[in-house]
Design a binder for this molecule. Structure first.
Ligand code: T3D
Length: 265
């Protein structure tokens, strides 16, 4: 397997580790990162030697979601934004690949997971959190709707009311709180985090991989029926949100490091 920048791909015995590697922008997803992630997930699916996959981030973040600088430049040029198409082309294949992967996919959430970064984490089978990690349903702060499958998975993990609270306020959820509400399953101190997730992944990679695949198939059927149809609805909703003035106001405010003044449309 090759290492595709800006994604580091590492094999540790039967575990393949995918590290989102744009630390200067908190591993925000640009075109090449989503392309590399999709290619690496396809490799993991077809590689018989890979029996568990870990997704993590380099530096102090898991991922801050879509690269908003890329979106700002389109907005300032007066270009047409088709966020629904972006989701269909770049994010939905990754989320669908994780759900379809016939081996465990673990999110080792080493720092902040926001927007589509949170979506990626909650599409995984298990979330392991570093003590300093935070989970932010940040979409509302830039005038968007939850995406990368988040409106599907978040209420299933934390319940309807808590999901609404997270999405409407965008407030960070700490790692301890994430474990308490079922958003993550383990939290370990930052200093031990990497050794702990490596050990955890190794246990899963040495498990009954075919039985795990069948287990995942059953859980997908029990909890994720309707997921593919949902992704299309999500794309349509995000397309509409991406055409509002508030989205442009949100992205400009983020770039200027100030609070957005939304007008509600
Ligand atoms: O295709 C589509 O467009 C549709 C998909 C949309 C889904 C999305 O994911 S929309 C984006 C959702 N994400 C966000 O809104 C999060 C944006 N980031 C933040 O709110 C904050 O950065 C954090 C709360 C995550 C962390 O805050 P903090 O204070 O620890 O760090 P910071 O200073 O804000 O960020 C550090 C640097 O990373 C900074 O750059 P600088 O000033 O050092 O040059 C910042 O601009 C950059 N950065 C952080 N997030 C992004 C980013 N650059 C581009 N895009 C980002 N999402």
């Amino acid at each position: 397997m090759t290492s595709l920048s800006p994604l580091r791909v590492e094999r540790d015995a039967a575990v393949t580790i995918l590290t989102l590697d744009r630390p200067d922008v908190l591993n925000a997803f640009n075109e090449s990162l989503t392309e590399a992630l999709n290619a690496a997930l396809a490799d993991c699916a077809s590689d018989a030697k890979t029996r568990a996959v870990v997704i993590t981030g380099s530096g102090r973040a898991f991922s801050a979601g879509q690269d908003l600088d890329d979106r700002l430049s389109t907005i300032e040029k007066g270009g047409d934004l088709h966020l629904g198409d972006e989701l269909r082309r770049r994010y939905h294949p990754a989320i669908a690949a994780i759900r379809a992967m016939r081996k465990p996919v673990i999110a080792a959430v080493n720092g902040v997971a926001a927007g589509a970064g949170l979506g990626l984490a909650i599409a995984c089978d298990v979330r392991l959190a570093a003590g300093s990690a935070t989970f932010r349903a940040a979409w509302g702060r830039v005038g968007l709707v939850p995406d990368a499958g988040s409106a599907f998975f978040l209420p299933r993990l934390v319940g309807w009311g808590r999901a609404f609270d997270m999405v409407l306020t965008g407030e960070p959820v700490s790692a301890d709180e994430a474990v308490r509400i079922g958003l993550a399953s383990r939290v370990w101190p930052d200093a031990d985090f990497e050794s702990r997730w490596r050990a955890y992944a190794s246990v899963l990679a040495n498990g009954a991989t075919e039985a795990f695949a069948l287990t995942k198939e059953g859980l997908n059927l029990a909890m994720a029926r309707g997921f593919s149809e949902f992704l299309e609805t999500e794309a349509e909703l995000q397309d509409r949100a991406g055409r509002t003035g508030d989205y442009a106001r949100g992205v400009r405010a983020f770039a200027a490091k100030r609070k957005p003044q939304f007008e509600g449309r």
